[in-house]
Design a protein around this ligand. Structure first.
Ligand code: CTP
Length: 418
């Protein structure tokens, strides 16, 4: 049996990356909207993450927030003018130095000017002069966002390769009620910036289906059988796949955590529903990672009305729920990579080998349920990988985020071989 040369150095490098944007140049353009105040938090987060943040304020942004605020938060000069003595080539220099250009918030006016290739201020000139990826976070009144002109401008910017994040729905400026138009939270914008700064991955553009969390099997209309899975591992894998540029479809049972806003989540409750969702998603999936803990058993009969206290049954007869990996095997596309998990308490490795073969997996991620710091609910995990070619690798105790990355490193290697 072969043993993988350990790639845990990459894992260690990731986990020590407390400053994930170290040495990365971020050009942050701020336009004049109520949300400009949130850009100060964004500038702070980016700087704390090690980024070198060059802020460009438009004329109207300066009506909302001062250059001094950004200068104090980033420790760098703030740029405002396209034409100023001694700064004639600022737009070219800033545009060339940037690893990523971010406009947050972007007003309807900025979207219009950028969509038409204007270069009448420092920010729009820098947008034309850069070859770096561009991320735009629009924020405006909901009617302005819904206007066909804005829709067309956004569609055009996306067409030319800009990454435009849809605004959040929620409370708008005072007296304006609620609707789509709010700038996403700085943490969400940070995640998008991180995605654009990732080194290109073979997962970019691939369709990755990930399941997470437990299922609930109804006993009666108010009671269910479930297990201790929180879904943290599955969500960590989904986040890692999203960061690598994959198109992620997360199928989740009732989770103990809130998945980050940028993940598209299909909610299910029972193992039967999860099976149907996986079967549908497999038609277009390049990768399936079954990190969920679907129930193996379910009540043989579901009571139609609440079982009264006085009528407590002496036993609840159980029947098997579907084995999702087995029952959806026929729906897998040729060449799709399928990763399963194995949670074991006895004969851990031998049982995992059996599951790998029985469920037709390319890779199995093995958890010993008796280990401390591993398995359900916690933020860490200790896993062993076993691949269909018999090779294996035992990883040290890691954060679930790092385990998610290690799993996707393996998936990338497997994709490369197909
Ligand atoms: N799994 C599944 N459908 C189920 C139960 C589990 O597809 N009803 C998947 C899990 O998501 C995991 C793999 O099968 O990827 C192994 O799950 P595990 O609970 O370790 O094993 P089981 O197949 O349930 O077998 P046993 O309980 O006998 O260990």
């Amino acid at each position: 049996m072969a043993t993988w040369t350990t790639r845990s150095s990459r894992v260690v490098a990731r986990s020590s990356a407390v400053r994930p944007f170290a040495k990365r140049r971020i050009l942050l353009g701020v336009t004049g909207g109520i949300a400009s105040y949130k850009s100060a938090s964004l500038a702070r987060l980016l700087t704390q993450a090690g980024g070198e943040v060059d802020v460009v304020l438009t004329r109207s942004a300066q009506e909302f927030v001062g250059a001094i605020t950004f200068e104090a938060l980033t420790g760098r000069p703030v740029h405002t003018a396209l034409i100023a003595a001694g700064h004639a080539l600022d737009h070219i220099k800033l545009a060339r130095a940037a690893d990523v250009v971010v406009v947050a918030p972007a007003t309807a006016d900025l979207l219009a000017r950028a969509a038409h290739g204007h270069a009448d201020d420092l920010l729009t000139a820098a947008l034309l002069a850069t070859t770096a990826p561009v991320l735009i976070a629009p924020a405006m009144n909901d009617r302005m966002w819904g206007h066909p002109q804005t829709t067309r401008n956004v569609a055009h910017l996306r067409e030319i390769g800009y990454h435009v994040i849809d605004p959040d729905t929620g409370d708008l400026a005072v007296g304006e009620g609620s609707g789509p138009g709010r700038m996403p939270e700085p943490e969400t914008i940070m995640a998008h910036i991180g995605r654009l700064l990732e080194t290109p991955s073979p997962l970019r553009g691939r369709r990755v289906v990930i399941t997470a969390g437990p299922t609930r099997e109804a006993v009666d209309p108010v009671r269910f059988l479930s297990n201790r899975s929180s879904g943290k591992m599955g969500v960590a894998i989904a986040e890692a796949a999203w960061r690598r540029g994959a198109s992620v479809h997360l199928i989740a049972g009732p989770l103990g955590i809130t998945p980050p806003a940028m993940l598209e989540v299909e909610r299910v409750e029972s193992a039967e529903q999860m099976k149907d969702a996986v079967a549908r998603a497999l038609a277009s999936a390049d990768v399936l990672v079954m990190a969920a803990a679907p129930a193996d058993f379910r009540p043989a009969d579901v009571a139609g009305s609440k079982i009264k206290k006085g009528a407590a049954p002496a036993a609840i007869p159980l029947s098997s729920s579907p084995d999702i990996l087995l029952e959806t095997a026929a729906q897998r596309r040729k060449g799709a990579i399928v990763v399963g998990f194995a949670l074991e308490t006895d004969d851990v490795i031998a049982n995992a080998h059996k599951k790998l073969a029985a469920k037709g997996l390319d890779l199995i991620v093995v958890n010993d349920a008796r280990e401390t710091g591993a398995g359900f609910e916690g933020d860490t995990n200790r896993v062993t990988f076993i691949a269909s070619d018999g090779s294996s690798e035992a990883l040290p105790l890691l954060s679930k985020r790092d385990v998610g990355d290690a799993i996707l490193d393996r998936v990338e290697a497997l994709l490369g071989g197909r």
